[in-house]
Design a protein around this ligand. Structure first.
Ligand code: ATP
Length: 354
Protein backbone atom coordinates (compact mmCIF):
# COMPACT_ATOMS: atom_id res chain seq x y z
CA UNK A 1 0.00 0.00 0.00
CA UNK A 2 1.24 3.49 -0.83
CA UNK A 3 2.48 5.56 2.08
CA UNK A 4 2.61 8.81 0.18
CA UNK A 5 1.81 10.46 -3.11
CA UNK A 6 3.32 12.83 -5.64
CA UNK A 7 0.96 15.11 -7.59
CA UNK A 8 1.92 15.80 -11.19
CA UNK A 9 0.31 18.01 -13.85
CA UNK A 10 0.77 16.37 -17.25
CA UNK A 11 0.61 18.33 -20.53
CA UNK A 12 1.10 16.10 -23.57
CA UNK A 13 1.80 18.81 -26.14
CA UNK A 14 2.21 18.42 -29.88
CA UNK A 15 4.06 16.20 -32.36
CA UNK A 16 5.88 13.43 -30.53
CA UNK A 17 4.64 14.72 -27.15
CA UNK A 18 1.76 12.19 -26.89
CA UNK A 19 4.34 9.43 -27.55
CA UNK A 20 7.11 10.43 -25.14
CA UNK A 21 5.13 12.00 -22.26
CA UNK A 22 3.02 8.88 -21.45
CA UNK A 23 6.26 6.85 -21.61
CA UNK A 24 7.77 9.09 -18.92
CA UNK A 25 4.60 8.91 -16.80
CA UNK A 26 4.68 5.09 -16.90
CA UNK A 27 8.33 5.06 -15.83
CA UNK A 28 7.80 7.58 -13.00
CA UNK A 29 4.75 5.67 -11.80
CA UNK A 30 6.74 2.43 -11.56
CA UNK A 31 9.77 4.04 -9.90
CA UNK A 32 7.61 5.73 -7.27
CA UNK A 33 5.50 2.60 -6.70
CA UNK A 34 8.72 0.75 -5.83
CA UNK A 35 9.12 3.34 -3.05
CA UNK A 36 5.48 2.86 -1.94
CA UNK A 37 4.57 6.26 -3.34
CA UNK A 38 1.57 6.77 -5.64
CA UNK A 39 1.84 9.08 -8.64
CA UNK A 40 -1.33 11.16 -9.02
CA UNK A 41 -1.52 12.68 -12.49
CA UNK A 42 -3.88 15.31 -13.87
CA UNK A 43 -3.81 15.81 -17.64
CA UNK A 44 -4.38 19.42 -18.70
CA UNK A 45 -5.22 20.73 -22.20
CA UNK A 46 -2.19 22.18 -24.03
CA UNK A 47 -1.02 22.75 -27.60
CA UNK A 48 -2.91 22.05 -30.84
CA UNK A 49 -5.45 19.81 -29.08
CA UNK A 50 -6.25 22.66 -26.69
CA UNK A 51 -6.77 25.03 -29.64
CA UNK A 52 -9.40 22.63 -31.03
CA UNK A 53 -11.15 22.26 -27.68
CA UNK A 54 -10.63 25.67 -26.04
CA UNK A 55 -9.48 28.02 -28.81
CA UNK A 56 -6.02 28.61 -27.29
CA UNK A 57 -2.82 26.53 -26.92
CA UNK A 58 -2.58 27.42 -23.22
CA UNK A 59 -6.20 27.92 -22.09
CA UNK A 60 -6.88 30.11 -19.07
CA UNK A 61 -8.20 27.01 -17.26
CA UNK A 62 -4.84 25.25 -17.80
CA UNK A 63 -2.92 28.21 -16.36
CA UNK A 64 -5.28 28.32 -13.37
CA UNK A 65 -4.88 24.61 -12.69
CA UNK A 66 -1.09 24.71 -13.16
CA UNK A 67 -0.92 27.16 -10.27
CA UNK A 68 -2.22 24.37 -8.07
CA UNK A 69 0.68 22.01 -8.92
CA UNK A 70 4.34 22.21 -7.85
CA UNK A 71 5.40 19.62 -10.42
CA UNK A 72 4.66 19.67 -14.13
CA UNK A 73 5.60 17.32 -16.95
CA UNK A 74 5.21 19.12 -20.26
CA UNK A 75 5.58 17.86 -23.84
CA UNK A 76 6.86 19.96 -26.73
CA UNK A 77 4.73 22.45 -28.62
CA UNK A 78 4.71 23.00 -32.37
CA UNK A 79 3.60 26.61 -32.58
CA UNK A 80 4.57 26.79 -36.27
CA UNK A 81 1.50 24.63 -36.96
CA UNK A 82 -0.92 26.92 -35.06
CA UNK A 83 -3.08 29.56 -36.73
CA UNK A 84 -0.92 32.73 -37.13
CA UNK A 85 -2.82 34.67 -34.44
CA UNK A 86 -2.01 32.01 -31.81
CA UNK A 87 1.71 31.53 -32.56
CA UNK A 88 2.97 34.26 -30.23
CA UNK A 89 3.84 34.12 -27.46
CA UNK A 90 4.94 30.48 -27.68
CA UNK A 91 3.16 28.38 -25.02
CA UNK A 92 6.39 27.45 -23.24
CA UNK A 93 7.45 31.09 -23.00
CA UNK A 94 4.06 32.11 -21.65
CA UNK A 95 4.24 29.50 -18.89
CA UNK A 96 7.86 30.27 -18.01
CA UNK A 97 7.04 33.97 -17.76
CA UNK A 98 3.79 33.70 -15.83
CA UNK A 99 5.31 31.32 -13.25
CA UNK A 100 8.81 32.86 -13.29
CA UNK A 101 10.56 29.58 -14.10
CA UNK A 102 13.92 31.33 -14.17
CA UNK A 103 16.35 28.43 -13.85
CA UNK A 104 16.83 26.06 -16.75
CA UNK A 105 19.08 23.10 -15.94
CA UNK A 106 20.31 21.12 -18.92
CA UNK A 107 22.70 18.23 -18.23
CA UNK A 108 24.74 16.56 -21.00
CA UNK A 109 26.30 13.21 -20.22
CA UNK A 110 27.43 10.43 -22.54
CA UNK A 111 25.96 7.04 -21.67
CA UNK A 112 27.25 3.54 -22.34
CA UNK A 113 25.57 2.03 -25.39
CA UNK A 114 25.18 5.39 -27.12
CA UNK A 115 27.69 6.53 -29.73
CA UNK A 116 28.81 9.98 -28.62
CA UNK A 117 31.14 12.47 -30.28
CA UNK A 118 32.34 13.28 -26.76
CA UNK A 119 32.24 9.99 -24.81
CA UNK A 120 33.65 11.66 -21.66
CA UNK A 121 31.24 14.63 -21.51
CA UNK A 122 29.45 15.05 -18.16
CA UNK A 123 28.38 18.62 -17.57
CA UNK A 124 25.42 20.74 -16.53
CA UNK A 125 24.39 23.93 -18.29
CA UNK A 126 22.60 26.35 -15.95
CA UNK A 127 20.75 28.75 -18.21
CA UNK A 128 19.12 32.00 -17.09
CA UNK A 129 15.60 31.66 -18.40
CA UNK A 130 13.74 34.89 -17.66
CA UNK A 131 15.51 37.68 -19.54
CA UNK A 132 18.46 38.25 -21.94
CA UNK A 133 17.54 38.67 -25.61
CA UNK A 134 14.34 36.62 -25.31
CA UNK A 135 11.88 39.20 -26.56
CA UNK A 136 8.86 37.15 -25.45
CA UNK A 137 9.72 37.42 -21.76
CA UNK A 138 12.06 40.36 -21.12
CA UNK A 139 9.43 43.12 -21.05
CA UNK A 140 6.56 43.76 -18.61
CA UNK A 141 4.42 45.03 -21.49
CA UNK A 142 5.09 44.64 -25.21
CA UNK A 143 7.87 42.80 -26.96
CA UNK A 144 11.63 43.25 -26.65
CA UNK A 145 11.83 43.09 -30.45
CA UNK A 146 10.37 45.82 -32.62
CA UNK A 147 10.58 47.46 -36.07
CA UNK A 148 10.46 51.26 -36.30
CA UNK A 149 10.31 50.90 -40.12
CA UNK A 150 9.85 47.80 -42.31
CA UNK A 151 13.62 47.83 -42.96
CA UNK A 152 14.91 48.29 -39.41
CA UNK A 153 14.65 45.67 -36.65
CA UNK A 154 15.76 46.21 -33.07
CA UNK A 155 16.05 43.87 -30.15
CA UNK A 156 16.43 44.75 -26.48
CA UNK A 157 18.57 42.56 -24.26
CA UNK A 158 17.81 42.65 -20.55
CA UNK A 159 20.25 41.66 -17.80
CA UNK A 160 19.50 42.47 -14.17
CA UNK A 161 21.58 42.00 -11.05
CA UNK A 162 18.74 40.14 -9.31
CA UNK A 163 18.20 37.59 -12.09
CA UNK A 164 21.94 37.09 -12.57
CA UNK A 165 22.42 36.56 -8.86
CA UNK A 166 19.67 33.97 -8.46
CA UNK A 167 20.88 31.92 -11.43
CA UNK A 168 24.48 32.12 -10.19
CA UNK A 169 23.33 30.73 -6.83
CA UNK A 170 21.66 27.81 -8.69
CA UNK A 171 24.92 27.13 -10.52
CA UNK A 172 27.17 27.22 -7.45
CA UNK A 173 24.76 25.08 -5.43
CA UNK A 174 24.68 22.55 -8.29
CA UNK A 175 28.49 22.57 -8.48
CA UNK A 176 28.64 21.68 -4.78
CA UNK A 177 26.57 18.57 -5.54
CA UNK A 178 28.77 17.76 -8.57
CA UNK A 179 32.53 18.16 -9.13
CA UNK A 180 32.83 21.64 -7.63
CA UNK A 181 33.65 23.80 -10.66
CA UNK A 182 31.69 26.61 -12.38
CA UNK A 183 32.48 28.24 -15.73
CA UNK A 184 30.79 31.63 -16.25
CA UNK A 185 30.08 32.17 -19.95
CA UNK A 186 29.63 35.71 -21.29
CA UNK A 187 30.62 37.99 -24.18
CA UNK A 188 31.78 40.97 -22.18
CA UNK A 189 34.39 42.02 -24.74
CA UNK A 190 31.50 43.14 -27.01
CA UNK A 191 28.30 43.17 -24.93
CA UNK A 192 30.18 44.92 -22.16
CA UNK A 193 27.35 46.27 -20.06
CA UNK A 194 24.82 43.42 -20.26
CA UNK A 195 26.91 40.26 -20.30
CA UNK A 196 29.58 42.14 -18.33
CA UNK A 197 27.08 42.65 -15.50
CA UNK A 198 26.11 38.98 -15.71
CA UNK A 199 29.76 37.88 -15.44
CA UNK A 200 30.55 40.30 -12.59
CA UNK A 201 27.53 39.27 -10.52
CA UNK A 202 28.39 35.57 -10.99
CA UNK A 203 31.96 36.27 -9.81
CA UNK A 204 30.59 38.11 -6.76
CA UNK A 205 28.39 35.11 -5.91
CA UNK A 206 31.48 32.88 -6.36
CA UNK A 207 33.03 34.55 -3.31
CA UNK A 208 30.30 32.98 -1.16
CA UNK A 209 31.40 29.53 -2.38
CA UNK A 210 35.12 29.24 -1.55
CA UNK A 211 34.85 25.45 -1.95
CA UNK A 212 33.84 25.83 -5.63
CA UNK A 213 36.43 26.81 -8.23
CA UNK A 214 35.42 29.25 -10.97
CA UNK A 215 36.63 30.45 -14.34
CA UNK A 216 35.17 32.52 -17.16
CA UNK A 217 34.96 32.08 -20.94
CA UNK A 218 33.66 34.07 -23.87
CA UNK A 219 30.74 32.22 -25.46
CA UNK A 220 32.48 31.78 -28.82
CA UNK A 221 35.57 30.30 -27.17
CA UNK A 222 33.28 28.11 -25.06
CA UNK A 223 31.71 26.57 -28.19
CA UNK A 224 35.16 25.60 -29.47
CA UNK A 225 36.35 24.36 -26.07
CA UNK A 226 33.27 22.17 -25.64
CA UNK A 227 34.25 20.34 -28.81
CA UNK A 228 37.99 20.30 -28.04
CA UNK A 229 37.95 19.21 -24.38
CA UNK A 230 34.38 18.61 -23.15
CA UNK A 231 35.45 16.59 -20.13
CA UNK A 232 37.03 19.68 -18.54
CA UNK A 233 33.66 21.29 -17.78
CA UNK A 234 31.39 20.66 -14.83
CA UNK A 235 28.78 23.44 -14.42
CA UNK A 236 28.42 26.16 -17.05
CA UNK A 237 26.31 29.18 -16.08
CA UNK A 238 25.20 31.59 -18.76
CA UNK A 239 22.49 33.91 -20.01
CA UNK A 240 19.39 32.78 -21.90
CA UNK A 241 20.39 32.76 -25.59
CA UNK A 242 23.96 31.52 -25.04
CA UNK A 243 22.57 28.74 -22.83
CA UNK A 244 20.06 27.70 -25.47
CA UNK A 245 22.73 27.39 -28.15
CA UNK A 246 25.41 25.76 -26.00
CA UNK A 247 22.96 23.19 -24.64
CA UNK A 248 22.05 21.94 -28.13
CA UNK A 249 25.77 21.65 -28.87
CA UNK A 250 26.38 19.76 -25.63
CA UNK A 251 23.38 17.48 -26.27
CA UNK A 252 24.66 16.57 -29.71
CA UNK A 253 28.18 15.94 -28.33
CA UNK A 254 26.66 13.53 -25.80
CA UNK A 255 24.84 11.53 -28.49
CA UNK A 256 21.49 12.87 -29.66
CA UNK A 257 18.95 15.60 -29.07
CA UNK A 258 16.60 12.73 -28.16
CA UNK A 259 18.63 12.22 -24.95
CA UNK A 260 18.76 15.83 -23.76
CA UNK A 261 16.88 16.39 -20.50
CA UNK A 262 15.86 19.74 -19.08
CA UNK A 263 14.24 21.16 -15.96
CA UNK A 264 12.80 24.65 -15.60
CA UNK A 265 12.22 25.88 -12.08
CA UNK A 266 11.30 28.77 -9.84
CA UNK A 267 11.80 28.75 -6.09
CA UNK A 268 8.62 26.72 -5.54
CA UNK A 269 7.67 25.03 -8.82
CA UNK A 270 9.37 22.94 -11.50
CA UNK A 271 8.58 21.85 -15.04
CA UNK A 272 10.19 18.86 -16.74
CA UNK A 273 10.38 19.35 -20.51
CA UNK A 274 12.85 17.75 -22.91
CA UNK A 275 15.20 20.04 -24.83
CA UNK A 276 13.90 18.76 -28.18
CA UNK A 277 10.90 20.14 -30.03
CA UNK A 278 7.77 18.47 -31.39
CA UNK A 279 9.74 16.65 -34.14
CA UNK A 280 6.81 16.82 -36.61
CA UNK A 281 8.88 14.91 -39.20
CA UNK A 282 8.61 11.69 -37.15
CA UNK A 283 5.44 12.34 -35.11
CA UNK A 284 2.69 9.71 -35.14
CA UNK A 285 5.00 6.79 -35.88
CA UNK A 286 5.64 5.86 -32.26
CA UNK A 287 9.37 5.93 -32.97
CA UNK A 288 10.45 9.01 -30.98
CA UNK A 289 13.15 8.62 -28.37
CA UNK A 290 11.54 9.02 -24.93
CA UNK A 291 14.88 9.19 -23.04
CA UNK A 292 14.97 13.01 -22.86
CA UNK A 293 11.48 13.20 -21.36
CA UNK A 294 12.07 10.28 -18.99
CA UNK A 295 15.36 11.82 -17.81
CA UNK A 296 13.69 15.24 -17.41
CA UNK A 297 11.04 13.58 -15.23
CA UNK A 298 13.79 12.02 -13.15
CA UNK A 299 15.28 15.51 -12.64
CA UNK A 300 11.82 16.70 -11.58
CA UNK A 301 11.53 13.99 -8.92
CA UNK A 302 15.05 14.79 -7.66
CA UNK A 303 14.22 18.50 -7.48
CA UNK A 304 11.06 17.67 -5.52
CA UNK A 305 12.92 15.33 -3.18
CA UNK A 306 15.74 17.75 -2.45
CA UNK A 307 13.38 20.65 -1.87
CA UNK A 308 10.88 18.82 0.32
CA UNK A 309 13.20 16.34 2.00
CA UNK A 310 11.27 13.47 0.39
CA UNK A 311 13.91 10.73 0.21
CA UNK A 312 11.58 8.39 -1.71
CA UNK A 313 11.48 10.78 -4.68
CA UNK A 314 15.29 10.98 -4.68
CA UNK A 315 15.53 7.19 -4.63
CA UNK A 316 12.98 6.98 -7.47
CA UNK A 317 15.07 9.44 -9.48
CA UNK A 318 18.25 7.41 -8.82
CA UNK A 319 16.42 4.26 -9.91
CA UNK A 320 15.18 5.86 -13.16
CA UNK A 321 18.69 7.09 -14.05
CA UNK A 322 20.07 3.63 -13.32
CA UNK A 323 17.38 1.87 -15.36
CA UNK A 324 17.87 4.23 -18.33
CA UNK A 325 21.63 3.59 -18.30
CA UNK A 326 21.06 -0.16 -17.99
CA UNK A 327 18.56 -0.35 -20.88
CA UNK A 328 20.72 1.76 -23.21
CA UNK A 329 23.84 -0.25 -22.31
CA UNK A 330 21.84 -3.37 -23.13
CA UNK A 331 21.41 -2.09 -26.69
CA UNK A 332 17.70 -1.19 -26.54
CA UNK A 333 17.38 1.97 -28.63
CA UNK A 334 14.99 3.99 -30.77
CA UNK A 335 15.70 4.80 -34.43
CA UNK A 336 17.59 8.06 -33.76
CA UNK A 337 20.22 5.99 -31.92
CA UNK A 338 20.33 3.33 -34.63
CA UNK A 339 17.91 0.91 -32.94
CA UNK A 340 14.44 -0.32 -33.79
CA UNK A 341 12.55 -0.03 -30.47
CA UNK A 342 9.34 1.99 -30.46
CA UNK A 343 8.85 4.71 -27.83
CA UNK A 344 6.47 2.40 -25.94
CA UNK A 345 8.79 -0.64 -26.18
CA UNK A 346 11.68 1.44 -24.86
CA UNK A 347 9.55 2.63 -21.95
CA UNK A 348 8.48 -0.97 -21.25
CA UNK A 349 12.14 -1.99 -21.08
CA UNK A 350 12.85 0.81 -18.57
CA UNK A 351 9.81 -0.18 -16.49
CA UNK A 352 11.01 -3.81 -16.54
CA UNK A 353 14.52 -2.73 -15.49
CA UNK A 354 12.99 -0.83 -12.57
P1 ATP B 1 11.94 23.53 -31.66
O1 ATP B 1 12.25 24.77 -32.44
O2 ATP B 1 10.54 23.43 -31.20
O3 ATP B 1 12.96 23.22 -30.61
P2 ATP B 1 13.06 22.10 -33.88
O4 ATP B 1 12.31 22.14 -35.16
O5 ATP B 1 14.27 22.93 -33.73
O6 ATP B 1 12.06 22.32 -32.68
P3 ATP B 1 12.97 19.32 -33.12
O7 ATP B 1 11.50 19.26 -33.20
O8 ATP B 1 13.59 19.10 -31.80
O9 ATP B 1 13.57 20.66 -33.66
O10 ATP B 1 13.58 18.30 -34.18
C1 ATP B 1 14.93 18.39 -34.65
C2 ATP B 1 15.34 17.05 -35.22
O11 ATP B 1 15.57 16.14 -34.14
C3 ATP B 1 14.26 16.42 -36.09
O12 ATP B 1 14.86 15.73 -37.18
C4 ATP B 1 13.56 15.45 -35.16
O13 ATP B 1 13.00 14.33 -35.83
C5 ATP B 1 14.70 15.02 -34.23
N1 ATP B 1 14.18 14.71 -32.90
C6 ATP B 1 13.75 15.61 -31.97
N2 ATP B 1 13.31 14.98 -30.89
C7 ATP B 1 13.46 13.66 -31.10
C8 ATP B 1 13.18 12.49 -30.33
N3 ATP B 1 12.65 12.56 -29.11
N4 ATP B 1 13.45 11.29 -30.88
C9 ATP B 1 13.99 11.20 -32.10
N5 ATP B 1 14.30 12.26 -32.87
C10 ATP B 1 14.03 13.49 -32.39
Amino acid sequence: MSVGSVRLAVLHGDGVGPEVVPAAVAVAERALAAQDVALETTVLPFGAAAIEEHGHPVPESTLEQLADFDLWLVGPHDSASYPAALRHPAPGAEMRKQFDLYANLRPARALAGVTATAPDIDLLIVRENSEGLYADRNMAVGSGEFMPTPDVALSVGLVTRAASERIAVEAFEAARRRRGHVTVVHKANVLRLTTGLFRDVCLQVAQRYPDVTVDTEHVDAMAALLVRRPADYDVIVTENLFGDILSDLAAELSGSLGLAASLNSSADRAMAQAVHGAAPDIAGRGSANPVATIASTSMLLRWHGERSGDEASIRASDAIDGALAHVLADGVATADLGGSASSAAFADAVVAAL
